[in-house]
Design a protein around this ligand. Sequence first.
Ligand SMILES: [Zn+2]
Length: 530
Amino acid sequence: MAFDVIIRGGTVVDGTGASPVRADVGITGDRITTVGNIPMSASESTKTIDSTGLHISPGFIDVHSHADAALLNDGQHASGIRQGVTTEIISPDGLTLAPLSAENYKLYRWYLSGILGFAPEGLDMSSIEASRKNYHLKTACNVATFAGHGPIRLEAAGMNDVPLTGKTLKTAQNLLRESFEQGAVGFATGLSYYPHSWSDTDELCALMEVAKEFDRPMSIHLRNHHKERAFGDGGVPEAIEVARRTGTKLHFEHYRTFPKTAGQLDRLMEPIDKAQSEGVDITLETYPYPVGSSFPQAFFPGYFHEGSPEHMLNILTDEGKRTELIARMGEISYTSVKGNVWTHIGEGGNKNFEGWLFEDVAEEWGVSIEEMMCRMMVETSLACGMRVAPPGNVQKWRQVEEDIMQLMARPDYMVGSDSIPVGGMPHPRAYGCFVRMVGRLRRRYNYPLEQVVQRMTQNPAERFGLTDRGVIKEGKFADLVIFDEQKITDRSSFEDPKVHPEGIPYVLINGRLVVENEAVTGVMAGYAIP
Ligand SMILES: [Zn+2]
């Protein structure tokens, strides 16, 4: 057997949850061709990696990545691959840039700039197939995509608060079907985001009837907006109702406790356990941090988002309309405006406020927090994003982390970073999610390595149908992470988020080294999969 790469002397954690074993790994082309003892005489390989004292696992699969635009701007994607992430699943929350006509691409690219940053202008994103071509072998990591509710609804009915019925529903269903035929790995929606928050439960069911033809799950960010349109007032009951009514698979995005509910795992999991016991097929994901990240639009009620970004800016700049908008912010049950930090401030000279609390900027400007948010959106032309500040109560923070590691013990869990690799002060999960779990938290709570690895590899590969990935076995793709299980840890923090981890000297994607000696190699080895 001729190998292109031999990894010698390491311990293999194969992704299945089996105990680690000492084995060499031989790679030919983009596949693993041998796992076991490779005799020294088989040295005709072009590259040998000495991994004595190190562990080798399948590459990590991120089931919730907002790197849609970041990957198009910088295919190197060091923030992900340095953590051992070899596959990014983009378009969670239904937020993505395909399938979109040229005109709608322009509109949605702008609308989403607070979360995704600005994707390159003028790309052909008219279908999932066209989108995949923009990533294939142009990024270091593999890219899979959900069919996003946002673009599909935008194509069918514009940025308008109208129900999808008759012709518009047919258009959406056809676009979704075409997206699955072209390789989308699931249907993703996020009911704090637009245009998809204008949907009701019936619409979700009608779309999932299409997903059922392909046996693909719905990945859902639970409803915070327009709860009156939802079965059971939205949230978990609505998601379960859709799965139940249509007989489809369900995947919960970022499902965990919060500082306020720390320690209450029984309450959190009760409806999930109940639905599972009644036969609903459910998986879940989380990231290992106590707080999230988003963009300020998510705080504003539905009518604000109608039409186009120009329209939104008109409301924000007209004093009367802005006053009414602020008065109506209470219509949605979103988190408090207080206690948020600007992560990303695009244009307009306010960049120095990245890392500032909302209330501090408001005080600086001598206005209310809500007025400050409106002004920031105007001055950046909507290109601004935020995250929540971590709790001052470190005990609560620790309890949430303990909860999360307990959730990871469940066989139905996997990891989604929810990373937003944009701006000067991003949420630290963009650089640290996977390593924080495999390193710091695993060691703190003494969790089995093979179990945490299984949640990040085999689980997501099986759930989202990523062919021949997620385990180390002969014949599978050579997506591999080589790490020191004692040293591996995150170094990104809330006050210094853009720092790469340590303890991962090598990462291979499709048989090619994308990280060597803890540095990126520049190789664009990623495929558009599945
Ligand atoms: Zn998200």
